[in-house]
Design a protein. Structure first.
Length: 250
């Protein structure tokens, strides 16, 4: 299946955001097309997570426009509107934050039944399909504490997908994992992207970003310094700063 399109789903235009006196985003312009995978790379503190949080209406910019599938996110004044937006956008963090007292299946079923009003039976059917997708069918009855970090993160991905999001944001989802479980999580994300899920990933996994991205965005100090195809960003090195950052990859 090739779900890539020219249809824009996310657009940031001249987005400026400050926390107090500190300007953290200094004019971000970013376009993501439906079915594409966009990776955001760059040093710590450059504003990568803040970009994702803006898209999800967890923080509001002081200036600029953010549009997600026709919705002007920066103009959502009511919390109820922001909650409605967040139902359409999956987000997976470094910390998986599963509910420790619920088993894997119940962790996945919770939001669709409580928030979307999906019937338990139907939600469970989808949850089992998603567990199959993240290669954890045999863990439906396990509790988070019985799983490895990589397994828990895969459950967190399944939980995000259970809301049938239009796009998924991944914020350094492998950064807290033991090296031996990073690969299994990347496999799952790779499958999703191949299936055409629109994805925006903040990642330090340069090889992975190179392999799966349609566009790679390099941020530094609140600005997008460069963006382009993986080939342009990782191998052309017009920009010495990026060469320095990605270092040994070429
Ligand atoms: P990155 O994800 O690239 O590491 P962040 O988007 O998390 O960067 O943060 C960018 C900058 O904004 C950092 O200097 C960080 O300390 C600051 N920052 C992030 N969130 C807040 C907040 N809620 N209040 C104040 N400063 C913040
Ligand atoms: Mg971050």
């Amino acid at each position: 299946m090739n779900a890539k399109t020219d249809e824009t789903i996310v657009r940031l235009e001249d987005v400026h955001l400050s926390f107090g006196q500190t300007e953290v985003l200094k004019g971000i312009d970013l376009t993501v097309n439906k079915g594409n995978a966009v990776s955001i790379i760059g040093p710590s503190g450059s504003g990568k997570s803040t970009i994702l949080r803006c898209i999800n209406a967890l923080v509001a910019p002081q200036r600029g426009r953010i549009t997600v599938d026709g919705t002007r996110v920066d103009q959502l004044a009511k919390e109820s509107e922001r909650i409605a937006l967040r139902k359409r956008i999956g987000i997976v963090f470094q910390q998986y934050n599963l509910f420790p007292h619920l088993n894997v299946l119940d962790n996945i079923v919770l939001a669709p039944t409580r928030i979307l009003g999906v019937k338990r039976r139907e939600a469970e059917k989808l949850a089992r399909e998603l567990l199959d997708k993240v290669r954890l069918s045999e863990k439906a009855g396990a509790y988070p504490g019985q799983l490895s970090g990589g397994q828990q993160q895969r459950v967190a991905i399944a939980r995000a997908l259970a809301m049938k999001p239009e796009l998924v944001l991944f914020d350094e989802v492998t950064s807290a994992l033991d090296p031996e479980t990073v690969g299994e999580v990347l496999w799952v994300i790779r499958d999703l992207i191949r299936d055409g899920m629109t994805s925006i990933l903040v990642t330090h996994e340069m090889r992975f970003a190179e392999e799966i991205s349609d566009i790679v965005v390099f941020t530094e100090n609140g600005r997008i310094v460069d963006q382009g195809s993986p080939e342009q960003i990782f191998h052309t090195f017009d920009n010495p700063r990026i060469r320095q950052f990605v270092g040994g990859l070429a």
